[in-house]
Design a binder for this molecule. Structure first.
Ligand SMILES: N[C@@H](CCC(=O)N[C@@H](CS)C(=O)NCC(=O)O)C(=O)O
Length: 202
């Protein structure tokens, strides 16, 4: 049984969303997000950097959301929601799946961390991170001019990206990106997204 440790609005939403799309049985274990819990010995034993989420599959324990998504696809996906391994389509799929976390979500997460650590926030620092996030938004908008979904057909890369865009909507909102508006609206309409992302008010 897959157990997803989940705190509201965090990257655990991606893993829940994927399980809902694949109709995989899973258990959502709700956890607090405060530092006291995240840096407790009990939690650090699961996630050594005190972050969320964590996935357990029997004895297996994982602490990186994109890796969880890839593991679930490979172990339980039966070929769904990703192109065939080794194809050019797969390469593009991987590129956007990684981009969503490694490049796009990074400045967004740092805005959250900065605001937690600095009161009042340093506006130049936040502005710089928003500028970096908006470069990513433009790149995504551009590719969506020719595609309905980020890697062609709907795939797990859209789950990774959809979550990141929902963060961007709150932390570095964009203007004049009609293709992102259309894309995000269609992702939010999905039944699986509505179940997984109720924290975002869907
Ligand atoms: N790359 C990691 C990032 C994990 C991450 O930053 N999680 C956030 C919540 S979504 C967190 O725990 N932040 C607390 C912190 O960084 O102090 C992943 O995708 O799992």
């Amino acid at each position: 049984m897959l157990t997803i440790y989940h705190a509201p609005l965090t990257r655990s939403c991606r893993v829940i969303w994927l399980c809902e799309e694949l109709k995989l049985p899973h258990h959502v274990e709700k956890i607090p997000f405060d530092a006291k819990f995240r840096f407790s010995p009990e939690w650090l034993a699961k996630n050594p950097v005190g972050k969320v989420p964590v996935l357990e599959d029997d004895e297996l324990v994982m602490f990186e959301s994109g890796a969880m998504v890839q593991y679930i696809l490979d172990r339980y996906g039966e070929g769904r929601l990703q192109p065939a391994v080794g194809t050019a389509e797969y390469a593009i799929f991987l590129q956007w799946l990684w981009f969503a976390e490694a490049t796009f979500a990074r400045p967004l997460g740092e805005i959250v961390n900065h605001r937690r650590a600095f009161d009042p926030e340093l506006p130049d620092v936040v502005q710089e991170m928003q500028d970096r996030a908006r470069l990513c938004t433009s790149a995504v908008d551009k590719v969506l001019k020719n595609r309905e979904y980020i890697a062609g057909e709907f795939s797990a890369a859209d789950i990774m990206m959809g979550y990141t865009l929902m963060l961007a909507e709150m932390l570095a909102p964009w203007e004049n990106c009609p293709d992102i508006d259309r894309y995000l609206a269609s992702l939010k309409e999905r039944g699986a997204a509505r179940k997984a992302l109720s924290d975002f008010g869907l």
